[in-house]
Design a protein around this ligand. Structure first.
Ligand code: MG
Length: 349
């Protein structure tokens, strides 16, 4: 579908491992004072005056991404976003990343340059330093592992464990778009397999396809909350779907929750695409995943500070643990929330 039209193919063997890292990282600039040594020694050195947070993620071809519709530049960008999202979910500022890559020899140098162009763009937009990593050979496919480092004041770090009964449950942005974008891309891939001359018209789906291929981590929300003088009592990012993230907050904070179906924020494109695919949009928001929005709880006293903000939606409230975690439907019935994983959801549709 998105074939690389670039005719130039330079074999990776020509450069060797060290030449490859130097080549791919030569245009990265160090932006943070806390980065004392980036690439170029046995290890990086950084000096955080505050507490340090660290997170790491693997992305594996065929499991987490499909290169038949995922452009390499977007993949590089998304791989960074997935990690930064976890740093912001701690209410921390992301400062450094490392990128490790294993690739089979089917990838020419030009493909890795595309991937690194995405990593470079993400690093620039989100103001993080690339301080190290590794490249090696894979016998099949591509594997990317990124580690992100951030810093925060001790009293500002937001754990999953701080929610109290009666706290409000708040989400940024809207939900379900990345999952529906994936459904559209998978459908078009099947069409393309049957008729390779059929170029898909994705324009009606541009919002949801972009949410799948080029998600943005919510750096702005952590900054917004600071401006509004709101310190969440607990926070998590939405990578697996709303219901499983709510259950993480409930379990770690030892509270229950009422989530109101009618409050779940959905983009109109998600609603129309769900109708087209005959999928329930609430199910998509609850179980779809990859939205990379922030889900957090705040004290009721802070409600006035966030009220009416277009980036934030109150979707429920926390309860005593004995009440359990429930979805309150539009028909006002209570259904127990379950963490339906990606796979179990997929096999049902
Ligand atoms: Mg997370």
């Amino acid at each position: 579908m998105l074939e690389d039209k670039n005719p130039q193919r330079t074999s990776l063997e020509k450069l060797g491992e060290f030449g490859l890292i130097d080549h791919l990282t030569k245009n990265f600039e160090i932006k943070h004072k806390s980065t004392l040594k980036g690439i170029g020694d046995d290890a990086a050195v950084f000096d955080h005056k505050q507490q340090t947070v660290l997170t790491t993620d693997f992305l594996i071809e065929g499991v987490h991404f499909d290169l038949s519709y995922m452009p390499l530049k977007h993949l590089g960008y998304k791989a960074v976003m997935v990690n930064l999202s976890d740093v912001y979910a701690m209410n921390a500022k992301a400062t450094q990343i490392t990128v490790s890559l294993a690739v089979s020899n089917r990838f020419p140098l030009e493909a890795l340059e595309e991937l690194y162009a995405g990593i470079a763009l993400a690093s620039k937009v989100y103001n993080v330093d690339l301080i190290g990593g590794d490249t090696t050979t894979s016998t099949s496919g591509m594997l990317i592992s990124i580690t992100a480092v951030g810093e925060a004041k001790k009293e500002e770090i937001t754990y999953r464990s701080g929610a109290k009964p009666n706290d409000l449950l708040v989400v940024s942005g809207d939900l379900g778009a990345a999952y529906m974008g994936l459904q559209v891309l998978e459908r078009e891939k099947e069409v393309f397999k049957v008729n390779p001359n059929n170029q898909p018209d994705l324009s009606p789906y541009s919002y949801i396809v972009e949410r799948q291929l080029k998600p943005e981590a919510r750096k702005d929300i952590a900054e917004l909350l600071k401006q509004l003088d709101v310190l969440p009592t607990a926070m998590i990012d939405i990578s697996d779907g709303l219901s499983s993230e709510i259950l993480h907050l409930c379990k770690n904070s030892k509270v229950g929750c009422n989530l109101f179906e009618e409050k779940i924020p959905l983009d109109p494109t998600v609603i129309t695409t769900c109708e087209e695919f005959n999928i329930d949009s609430t199910m998509v928001a609850l179980s779809g995943g990859e939205d990379y929005e922030l889900l957090f709880t705040i004290a009721q006293n802070d409600f006035d500070k966030i009220k009416g903000n277009p980036n934030l939606t109150v979707i429920g409230h926390m309860t005593e643990p004995s009440e359990g975690a429930h979805l309150v439907t539009r028909a006002n019935t209570k259904i127990e929330l379950t963490a339906q994983g990606w796979n179990s959801f997929k096999s049902n549709d």
